[in-house]
Design a binder for this molecule. Structure first.
Ligand code: ADP
Ligand code: MG
Length: 471
């Protein structure tokens, strides 16, 4: 129990005040704003955070800084511990609203259009790597993407002003390239005097490696240092590429100091990247970090309706409903399922019925269910992720610290394998199938209402894939 004798709240308040001055506003809102004082014990400060994911992130990013400051303030070694306390939906909403408010009311004035009237605008060539089809208008916004969308739009309207640098992260096929290229298109159209450069991290790496033997590094550097807006897609590709990282580090510093806009995308949160220099990680996360989550059912349906309209195809509501229910991985899979049906219908001149849809999508839907992943693997990876033992997951303990991981693992087992709830229950220490069903429902609810939960789920799914690949 926290004791009255030790109360470090004043010190914590001072730490917050100090950190506020060194962190960017976005970091303050996104991370610091989510920690609150929860109590003190002898030489221990307890902080409340809204989720396990945020706890992990804050531990990795800020814990050392916090303990250093506490040491400075108190002259004692004070450990920091976290409690998890779920935020109310109003709190989540506030964070979201903040992004919208900033978008509509940027602190600094946007570029003056009157100046441009006097000096003739020198239009820059459009970047050929940007696909003009990727537009904000064609991006269907859902709860899963509203934050990333608003931030991207704010950047496009005021490059180098509101959110810099910006990192958009999320799994494959969730719209990262669509959003980062929408920023590029928007700026090229509305502010053509700005030089926009888009590359994937792979292109950046290849160009750099080629420039060395051809003695063209100065041209290479010049291209990137001339950019007013630099968009780099898929930076996870830079893992283990030390010299390219070093080069990017210098490009980053140059542009950042000149207030040029930088936007990056990554398939995972930065702290999960391996073999990327800390100083570069630190640059990537310096500004705002926004995530893209898989779309929920309603959003999937809205995306399908939108794509049908774009392709000028009519597909019955019943069929669209079937696709949205069954293709729940990402937008790319959703799109390709729809395209498959449209192609089939055009080829045979037939309207798509529900039976045709079932038959046509059968093969792709069953591939999504992965047969090479066993329940045991899921249990092991989940146990490691939550820092408990696999025996705890299978065992009888009902403490909070094992129940959530257990339910998470059951949810994943049901989601990505073909096993029935009865079989899954059996693998989880001989539990009843109704227990499995209950767990699946509970986690599904949590993922819907808590973005951090959904983030933990994505991380777990990725680790399971990686585990499989490494074996
Ligand atoms: P990522 O870069 O995250 O792997 P992409 O941006 O390439 O994903 O998206 C995959 C496909 O799905 C693209 O064709 C993209 O236009 C489409 N897409 C993704 N998200 C949306 C969305 N919210 N609305 C409309 N289309 C989307
Ligand atoms: Mg992409």
């Amino acid at each position: 129990m926290p004791s009255e004798k030790f109360n470090y709240k004043v010190f914590w308040d001072e730490v917050v005040a100090r950190m506020q001055t060194v962190l960017s506003e976005q970091e303050n809102i996104t991370w610091l704003g989510r920690i609150s004082y929860a109590g003190s014990e002898k030489n221990k400060l307890i902080l409340a955070v809204p989720s396990l994911f945020i706890k992990d992130y804050i531990s990795a990013q800020y814990k050392a800084q916090i303990t250093d400051m506490l040491h400075e303030l108190t002259g004692e070694e004070i450990a920091v511990d976290f409690n998890i306390k779920k935020p109310s939906s109003e709190e989540t909403e506030q964070i979201r609203k903040h992004a919208v408010a900033r978008d509509n009311n940027p602190k600094e004035a946007p570029r003056s259009t009157t100046d441009q009237a006097i000096v003739p605008v020198q239009k820059k060539a459009k970047d050929p790597n940007i696909n003009p089809n990727y537009q904000f208008d064609s991006f269907v916004v859902g709860d899963n993407s509203i934050f990333a969308y608003n931030v991207s739009l704010a950047i496009a309207k005021n490059p180098g002003v509101s959110y810099n640098p910006c990192l958009i992260y999320g799994g494959v096929g969730l719209g990262k390239t669509h959003l980062i290229q929408s920023i590029g298109n928007y700026i090229q159209e509305t502010t053509p005097e700005l030089q926009v450069v888009y590359v994937t991290a792979e292109m950046f790496t290849n160009e750099f490696i080629q420039a060395i033997p051809e003695k063209k590094t100065p041209q290479f550097r010049n291209k990137y240092r001339k950019a007013d807006v630099l968009l780099i897609d898929d930076i996870h590709f830079l893992q283990k590429k030390d010299s390219t990282q070093e080069e990017l580090f210098h490009v980053f510093n140059n542009l950042f100091e000149a207030n040029k806009q930088l936007v990056f995308t990554c398939d995972r949160p930065i702290h999960e990247l391996q073999d990327i220099a800390d100083r570069l990680k630190n640059r990537f996360t310096r500004g705002i970090n926004v995530d893209l989550q898989p779309p929920d059912f309603e959003t999937r349906l809205a995306i399908l309706h939108r794509k049908c309209k774009e392709k000028d195809c009519i597909i019955t509501g019943e069929v669209l409903d079937y696709i949205s229910r069954n293709v729940n991985t990402n937008v790319r899979d959703l799109e390709s399922s729809l395209m498959k049906l449209i192609a089939y219908s055009q080829l045979l001149g037939k309207e798509i019925t529900l039976d045709i849809a079932r038959e046509q999508l059968k093969s792709s839907l069953s591939i999504a269910k992965d047969q090479s992943i066993t329940v045991d693997v899921i249990i092991r990876v989940a146990a490691e992720f939550f820092n408990i033992s696999p025996y705890d997951i299978k065992g009888k303990k009902r403490t909070k610290s094992v129940v959530l991981p257990r339910q998470f693992a059951m949810y994943i087992a049901r989601d990505i394998t073909e096993f029935s709830t009865t079989e899954i229950g059996y693998e989880f220490g001989g539990r009843d199938h109704t227990t499995v069903m209950h767990s699946v429902q509970r986690i599904a609810g949590l993922i819907q209402s808590d973005p951090a939960m959904s983030e933990s789920l994505q991380t777990l799914l990725r680790r399971i894939q990686e585990y499989k690949r490494d074996k």
